[in-house]
Design a protein around this ligand. Sequence first.
Ligand code: NAP
Ligand code: HSE
Length: 432
Amino acid sequence: MGKKESIGIGLMGLGVVGSGVAQTLREKSIAIAQQVGCPLEIKGILVRDPSKKRAIDIPHSLMTTDPLRILNDPDVDIVIEVIGGETEAFRFIKGAIAKGKHVVTANKEVISKHSSELFELAGKHRVDIRYEASVGGGIPLIAPFKRDLLANNILAIHAIINGTTNYILTRMAKDGLDFDTALKQAQKLGYAEPDPANDIEGVDAAYKLAILATLAFRTEIHPEDIHYEGISRLTARDFRYAREFGYAIKLLAIAKKEKRSIQVRVHPAFVPEDLLLANVDGVFNAIQVEGDLVGRVIFYGRGAGSSPTASAIAADVIQLAQNIRLGLRPKPHMKLLKTKRLTPMSQIRTRYYMRLTVVDSPGVLAKISKILGDHAISIASVIQKETDEKTGTAEIVIMTHPAQESALQKALQKTSRLKVVKEIGNFIRVED
Ligand code: NAP
Ligand code: HSE
């Protein structure tokens, strides 16, 4: 069979990411054709509402609301899925693979939940599925894990992998913006998921961590394996105290290989101000990886937004198109262990920040210290703040030495039952 004269693209989705992809393929068409050896041609674009005003001028004739127009088109070689969500995207991706089409997707939900089924199906139909844009927007991550870090035993990942929450935390900490205003800005800039609760509650970061941890530990890690918490319980007071203690607050995604198990968690954390991760601001993401050979490497860049995400998708498309042109078969996907041992959240050890509102009277601190002591939690420092003369309450902020999570949770429960404790304002883990 002769070489193809052009590579057909079916684009599913023309929102923030889809528009960026369509624009990139159009504006860089000559350079891309030179790299591939023939032009790429968009054959159809799936949308929900063709009459909607778009960020990019697209011939109306290319748009369709019928996925079969793309899936059944024999001239479509590569399907780009950027509609998001789980059910339909999963169905369309499977449909594309079953029709012998290669797939490029930015969908972390589908990949983190269904990659083994998709890779098996792709192997059966001898097509490839690429997902560089699913984690870290424009930051190269999937390819380095699949190739450049292969000789390493990966020991740990500490990452900021959600642009929306990092944008919100930065604007709250640095500009004193309130949560809702910062979220609205992140949505306007195209960073947030259609349902921003996925960003805010740590779900999106958990999907991404599942993808990275799977590659890093060559073990199937699913979103349900990951303990996740979001940023909604953080207040301006927490940011102020964090600064006083010399920390930034970040939504961290952490994966660690321990002696016999794997630890995977997503939650807000105090990060020492002098660490690089503490200084990753706005939509930027950073993924710090520790390997036994390479030591520490850090991947840094824009984690969301139209152009950075289009950069990752277009690269996947170009590589697939090159392979199609050269008649190369897809490489088999990484062999993964299915059995795994996960460290229960109750067994992790970190330091903790605790903020409590208490009755401003003698002996209160002694009562709290006793409960902490009874649970083998030792206090590193305490500050008393904000005496409110009207209510007769004060705010106490405690930093602990490393302690076990289960002990801290029990101690918090007991402390909350003390008559002198009016409220447990917050507790945040400290990642030194
Ligand atoms: P978006 O702006 O909401 O765009 C979604 C697009 O898909 C819209 O064009 C929509 O059509 C179309 N669509 C949705 N459901 C459809 C359906 N059932 N049938 C036909 N068309 C459908 O979303 P996005 O921000 O581009 O995100 C897309 C994907 O990329 C998601 O998986 C997201 O997690 C991922 N991602 C996003 C970013 C980012 O910065 N935004 C970065 C990395 C990865 P209409 O326009 O007609 O409504
Ligand atoms: N909503 C995601 C984020 C998009 O804010 O990081 C990029 O995956």
